[in-house]
Design a protein around this ligand. Structure first.
Ligand SMILES: CC(C)(COP(=O)(O)OP(=O)(O)OC[C@H]1O[C@@H](n2cnc3c(N)ncnc32)[C@H](O)[C@@H]1OP(=O)(O)O)[C@@H](O)C(=O)NCCC(=O)NCCS
Length: 143
């Protein structure tokens, strides 16, 4: 498994497709709902297997010079709990450091809280609830 930046239009098609499949489709959200205006100004990383199929995606953007935010972390269902999300998170953190971040913030789905705790993120406060059902928690980590 390799972690790469999507480059071609086909890479980006597969990248957004997995984001939608894991984070939007289960809540009956239409294709396109997985994107936001910051995508054009973000760092995107994805995990690809030997056949170059995308099995994991994640995004990093900056809220200010020193504060980065991670969003849209998603690992394909059959490959969850095998350490891929951890590899991707560490790669995004490394990229944040290289780009000058002192801190990373994120809104974690409650179901992913343990994952981020394990990686040193602390709970800040309750966050928003998406689609009337997916509760989030604001978390942060100093780099
Ligand atoms: C959350 C997610 C990105 C984690 O990636 P992953 O590859 O499954 O996680 P890892 O295998 O690297 O997990 C590392 C550790 O985090 C914790 N963890 C990960 N997923 C967990 C879960 N669903 N419940 C409880 N603990 C979890 C465990 O301690 C795990 O270690 P262990 O398997 O040895 O117990 C992935 O499961 C996913 O895409 N989930 C669905 C979408 C989602 O919730 N995205 C996050 C939105 S904020």
């Amino acid at each position: 498994m390799d972690i790469i930046e999507p480059e071609s239009a086909e890479d980006f098609r597969k990248y957004y497709s997995l984001r939608w499949k894991i984070l939007r489709a289960p809540w009956k959200q239409p294709p396109g709902s997985e994107r936001d205006p910051l995508d054009d100004n973000s760092t995107h990383l994805m995990i690809v297997n030997r056949q170059r199929a995308v099995v994991g995606v994640g995004r990093l953007h900056f809220n200010g010079i020193r504060e980065a935010q991670i969003r849209y972390m998603a690992i394909v269902t059959a490959k969850q709990r095998q350490g891929l999300g951890s590899r991707l998170l560490q790669a995004l953190e490394q990229r944040a450091r290289q780009l000058g971040a002192a801190r990373i913030v994120l809104d974690a789905r409650e179901t992913a809280l343990r994952f981020y705790h394990k990686h040193g993120y602390r709970t800040v406060e309750p966050g928003h609830t998406l689609f009337n059902s997916v509760a989030h928690v604001k978390m942060e980590k100093d780099l």
